[in-house]
Every structure is written in C-alpha cells, then in structure tokens.
Design a protein around this ligand. Structure first.
Ligand code: FE2
Length: 292
C-alpha cells in the first residue's frame, strides 16, 4: 500500500543530534523522535530552542502528536520529551528494557528512594516487534541492543529510525562500552536492521561530519551494506568486535553523560525539586571513566 509518510529532520549542531517528526500526511497524525532539550552545563540552565523548532513545525503543519519516541536513554543530550508533551501531548515511549538502564543508573547516582526503576516514568514501554500506529501509518518497534541494553529502532513502511546503532556510512557505528553495552550484541542488532529491504530509508540519530562534509542523517539499508566503514557486508562479527573494542578504549566519556542520563531515565523530567523549589543534578565523583 502506498505510504503517505513524511519525515522532517532537525539537526542540533551543539550535540550533533538529529530529531525527527514523522507524519502521516493524510490524517496529520505525527510522532516525534529523540527531541533535544538544550543544556548549558556551565550555568546549569536548560532552554528549549531545539524543542521550539519542533513545536513550530508541528503547529505550522497542523499535526496531532500521538507519540514522542525515544530510541534509548541518550548520554549526549537531554530529552525535551516532557516539555513537548506539555505543549502538544503525545505518549512518551521507549523500549521496555529501559528498566535495566534505570536500575543501573539509580545505583550509580544513588537516586532518591521514590525513583522506581519500573519504567512508569514513561507512558508506554515497547516490546520487541510491537506494532503501533501513527495515524494510518503502521509502525514497528525493534529491540536493537548493544549500544545500551534498551535501544529501539522504529520501522515504518519504507523507513527506519535507528537511533545510535548505525551512523552514516563514513562514520560507522555507535560505541558499545556504556553500562550494559556489548559489541557482539550491537553487531547482531545491526545485522537485524540491515536485513530490512535494501531500499529502506534509514535515519540516524547523530552525525559527526568530517571536515568538508555537511551534516547528513539519511541513508539507505543498501548504502550501509555496501559502504559502512564498520559493518558493511563482508565484515565479520569478530572483526567488528575487535575494531569496536579497540576504538571504544580511546573514546572520552561524553561531555553531557552525567546530566543527560539523570533526565532521560525520568522521561525528560527534571529531578524532584528540593525544599527551596530548585531541581538539582548529582555528579558522582570517581565513578565513571578511569578504566571503566
Ligand atoms: Fe546514545
């Protein structure tokens, strides 16, 4: 059946994140994918420049937001899911294995007792292969762990939103050294995505363009299978895993991981305000990094 899916990308050049609005042009129903909340670490101030770009687009096109989809608990940017929901509605959804990520980080941050790692902060938790709808668009949630234990990809007729599994062909793939990450698992997840029809339009969550190339975020399954520097056809699991482990050992901890995860495991909500009405983030000392 012919699809009426439109995809609009929004690139944040501070965190190199790409957010999307997927819309069914017939019913004008939409899903937002991986929205960014701006955060200035130096001042501790959040702002909504990126989120407001999404809101303006949604309003300009008269869209009804049914879903706000997170591919995973991002470590490089804060989510504006809650802010967007307050303005245009939509159910905030993520993969059901977010509970494992919440449990890991509840411990790491020594979060308040009332923070339960049960996923209830989200409106919906997807199971692998779960079917859902954006207007008349039939979509499918695919569990694609490896970068984190809870990564999801979202598939519609002819498109796939892959989060941080694959990046553009000349950049390769996401790291697999976060808590619960695993390069073998990531390889299996990527091969699963690459088994989609070759002409499938693939949208990535980040781009880190090399000098001389503009940011890009759309490719195809066929292009990835032909030329992805880390996982094109012919690269074995063993080759990928040894490359990924060697490379991950050289990468710094992401600049915003400590603030990001605290917000993102709460579905984009700030931590509960303290007695003075202010929300605080915690910075565990001597926990991340090192040889971890
Ligand atoms: Fe990520």
């Amino acid at each position: 059946m012919a699809t009426s899916t439109t995809v609009q990308a929004f690139f944040d050049d501070k965190t190199f994140t790409v957010s999307y609005v997927i819309a069914d042009s017939a019913s004008r129903c939409a899903a937002i994918v991986d929205p960014v909340l701006d955060f200035d670490f130096k001042s501790g101030r959040t702002s909504t420049v990126q989120a407001d770009r999404l809101l303006a687009y949604v309003r300009e096109h008269g869209l009804t937001v049914q879903w706000i989809l997170e591919t995973h608990a991002h470590a490089d940017h804060l989510s504006s899911a809650r802010y967007l929901q307050e303005h245009v509605g939509g159910r905030i959804a993520i993969g059901e294995r977010i509970r494992e990520v919440q449990a890991t980080f509840k411990k790491l941050y020594n979060l308040e007792r009332n923070f339960l790692p049960d996923g209830a902060q989200f409106d919906h938790l997807f199971k692998d292969e779960e079917v859902f709808h954006i207007g008349d668009i039939e979509a499918r949630a695919l569990l694609v762990p490896g970068h984190t234990p809870a990564d999801m990809a979202y598939v519609t007729d002819g498109t796939v939103f892959v989060g941080d599994t694959l990046f553009m062909p000349d950049i390769g793939t996401a790291r697999a050294d976060f808590p619960g990450g695993d390069a073998h698992t990531l390889y299996a997840s990527m091969r699963r995505i690459l088994a989609l029809p070759p002409q499938t339009r693939m949208f990535v969550c980040h781009d880190y363009p090399p000098a001389g190339r503009a940011p890009a975020w759309e490719t195809t399954v066929a292009e990835q299978r032909a030329s992805n520097i880390h996982v094109r056809d012919g690269i074995t699991e063993a080759e990928f895993v040894s490359m990924r482990k060697a490379r991950d050992a050289t990468l710094d901890v992401p600049a915003l991981i400590l603030p990001s995860i605290q917000i993102n495991i709460r579905a984009g909500q700030l931590p509960p305000a303290e007695g003075d009405g202010v929300s605080y983030l915690k910075i565990p000392l001597n926990v991340l990094g090192g040889s971890a």
